[in-house]
Design a protein around this ligand. Structure first.
Ligand SMILES: [Fe+2]
Ligand SMILES: [Fe+2]
Length: 344
């Protein structure tokens, strides 16, 4: 871990010199990672960003509650976030976005078709590997990686609601109400239901999520960037619209695996619930958030499409990579994992 990483969680504010040096260090890391194509620098880039975002979602406890690290954190984000966005704004993405229809009704149909036809939509990692092959220990490792989004989603919804109005604001509020259990009280809070799944596989959020894999950090960093940075609001509604849209079919496969492995039914309340509720959330997200904002202008339509495509592309990369982490040996022999990797 470099000196900068030690500075971020520190309990005294960074000095002007430290902030100046932090900017320089971040520029060097970005240069080495993306111009020099240095794998170590790339890993350092994502670890640093993950550490920064961890501060955004952590509970504020004493003595850190009184420490103002905003200048340091903003400085780091100001250098690293544009590089992260550039990493995923590929030429292929820009070519797809250039085809965005101007007509609002046609746009929604186009966007749904782009999502439906993308390899991430029916990825063999879920359709094949999770559904039929995953073992208990692989499922455990996989759920540890999935903590990069699920336990943060309710906090992200709160942040997306800032400055919204009309149907979008109501939709975000209604979605958030569902996250809080929709009137069922503590027993229905989604993040707690997710923790219930984790507990069944002996996963502790604080203990077991410190060393997630690099593709998990990449995915988590994109999610946190779009969930916490208001400059990317339109991209965020595209990004999280895809998250809601793809969740039901993915959760079906996790439920299938859970039952096949004979794990207790009480551990999949979260996944069973999301097969139903995210079908509703997805439909309402496109009708009440994407639709009204997209009607504003062609540029907003493009921004939403960029966010949706970044989610699709990054999800594909993440799922493509997981078999190599879960069972590297299996990749060298014929089998489901091998097929998954080849078809992805
Ligand atoms: Fe949820
Ligand atoms: Fe949802």
């Amino acid at each position: 871990m470099n000196d900068l990483a030690k500075l971020i969680p520190r309990t005294e504010p960074a000095s002007d010199d430290e902030i100046f040096n932090a900017r320089e260090t971040c520029r060097q890391i970005v240069g080495a990672a993306f111009t020099g194509l240095d794998a170590h620098a790339y890993s350092e880039f994502h670890s640093l960003l993950a550490l920064v975002y961890e501060q955004d979602f952590q509970p504020k406890t004493w003595p850190k509650i009184g420490i103002d690290q905003r200048v340091l954190v903003s400085t780091i984000k100001a250098v690293l976030e544009p590089a992260l966005l550039r990493e995923f704004t590929t030429v292929a993405l820009q070519e797809t976005v250039a085809q965005v229809p101007n007509d609002s009704a046609a746009y929604l149909l186009w966007l749904k078709q782009v999502i439906a036809e993308h390899p991430a939509s029916h990825h063999p990692f879920y359709e094949q590997f999770i559904a039929t092959d995953v073992t208990v220990s692989q499922l455990r490792s996989f759920l540890i990686q999935e903590t990069n989004l699920d336990p943060r989603f309710d906090d992200i919804l709160c942040q997306l609601q800032f400055g919204t109005s009309g149907p979008a604001r109501l939709e975000l509020a209604s979605n958030y109400n569902d996250e809080m259990g929709g009137g069922l009280g503590a027993a229905g809070v989604h993040t707690d239901l997710f923790r219930q799944s984790l507990r069944h596989l002996d996963i502790d959020l604080e203990r077991d999520t410190k060393d997630v894999w690099l593709p998990t950090k990449v995915s988590g960093n994109l999610t946190a960037m779009f969930g916490t940075n208001r400059e990317h609001f339109f991209k965020a509604i595209g990004y999280f619209g895809v998250v809601e849209h793809l969740t039901p079919r993915r959760m079906k496969r996790v439920v299938q695996a859970w039952r096949r492995l004979g794990l207790p039914e009480s551990g999949i309340e979260y996944q069973k619930l999301h097969i139903q509720i995210d079908a509703k959330h997805s439909q309402a997200w496109f009708a009440n958030i994407v639709g009204p904002y997209a009607a504003d202008s062609i540029e907003v339509k493009r921004q939403i499409a960029i966010g949706a495509l970044i989610r699709l592309n990054s999800s594909q990369l993440y799922l493509d990579s997981l078999p190599g982490y879960l069972a590297p040996a299996a990749l060298q022999t014929p089998g489901a994992l091998n097929k998954s990797a080849a078809e992805a």
